[in-house]
Design a protein around this ligand. Structure first.
Ligand code: 5RP
Length: 240
C-alpha cells in the first residue's frame, strides 16, 4: 500500500490520462490550474497532442502557462479565442449535483471566466474530492485589495444577517505575506463546514461590494472524472 500522497498522485494521473479521450480535432480547450491540471498538461505534451490534433489552448493561470511553455505547448489568449469547446480543470470538492468548491490553487477567477466561456466543463479529480455536502474545504473568496478590511466586515455582516454561520476565516498568505492572485487581488478563505445551497450562497457573496468572485462553481460543470490509484475510473454526470 502506498502513502496518501502517492495515492493522490496516481489517482490524479489516471483521471488525467482518461480525460484525453475528450479531445477532438481542432478543439479549443481551457487548461485548469493545480496538480491535477498539471498532470493533464504533462500528458498532453508527452503525447504531442497539440500538434497531432491541432488544438488551441487557453490557460487559467500563470502557473499553468509557465508549465505549458516549459513543455513546448502554445497558449493563446482567451480574448483572442473568445469561445472554447471544452475546459478541463481540477477541483477541491464536488457534490452529487456537480457543484464545486475551487480556488485552493488561487486561480478561481480565471478558472470561472474560462469555464463560463466553454461549451463544456469537465473536472478531473481523485475520488477523495467527492463529498455529500460542500464546505469541508474552506471557501475561497477573491476580494479587491483596496478596503479589504471593510469588505470582510461586509461579508461577516451579510452572513450574520442571513443566518449563515462559519467556523473561521483567514486571509490567504504566501511567504508570510498576503497571497496576491494573478489579477492582483487578495483571497479570504471561509470555513463553513456545510454549504447546503451553493447557488444561493454564491449569489449572496457575489453581491458584496469589494468581492470579485467566490470559489463556488454551480451549474458550470457537466462531468467529473475521478480516478483511483489502481486506475479505476468513475464518471459522474450532472444528473447522476
Ligand atoms: C486552483 C483550483 C484547483 O483546481 C484545485 O485547487 C484542485 O487542485 P489539485 O488538482 O492540486 O488538487 O481550483 O485554483
Amino acid at each position: 500500500m502506498g502513502s496518501q500522497a502517492e495515492d493522490q498522485d496516481l489517482s490524479r494521473s489516471s483521471a488525467a490520462k482518461y480525460s484525453l479521450k475528450y479531445f477532438e480535432n481542432k478543439m479549443k480547450v481551457g487548461l485548469g490550474t493545480g496538480s491535477t491540471a498539471e498532470a493533464l498538461v504533462q500528458e498532453i505534451a508527452a503525447r504531442n497532442l497539440q500538434n497531432e490534433l491541432d488544438l488551441t489552448f487557453v490557460s487559467t493561470s500563470t502557473r499553468t502557462t509557465k508549465l505549458a511553455d516549459s513543455l513546448g505547448l502554445r497558449i493563446s489568449e482567451l480574448s483572442e479565442v473568445k469561445h472554447l469547446d471544452l475546459v478541463l480543470d481540477g477541483t477541491d470538492e464536488f457534490d452529487s449535483g456537480l457543484s464545486l468548491i475551487k480556488g485552493g490553487g488561487g486561480a478561481l477567477l480565471q478558472e470561472k471566466i474560462v469555464a463560463s466561456s466553454a461549451d463544456s466543463m469537465k473536472v478531473i479529480a481523485s475520488i477523495s474530492k467527492k463529498v455529500d455536502v460542500l464546505g469541508k474545504f474552506p471557501l475561497p473568496i477573491e476580494i479587491i485589495r483596496f478596503g479589504w478590511v471593510s469588505t470582510l466586515e461586509r461579508l461577516d455582516n451579510l452572513f450574520a444577517s442571513s443566518g449563515i454561520t462559519f467556523n473561521s476565516k483567514s486571509m490567504r498568505t504566501e511567504d508570510n505575506k498576503f497571497y496576491v492572485t494573478d489579477e492582483g487581488h487578495f483571497i479570504v478563505d471561509y470555513s463553513f463546514e456545510q454549504i447546503h445551497d451553493p447557488y444561493a450562497l454564491e449569489q449572496l457573496i457575489n453581491q458584496i461590494v469589494g468581492v470579485v468572485e467566490c470559489g463556488l462553481f454551480v451549474g458550470l460543470c457537466d462531468q467529473v472524472i475521478t480516478g483511483t490509484r489502481d486506475g479505476i475510473i468513475e464518471v459522474f454526470d450532472c444528473d447522476g
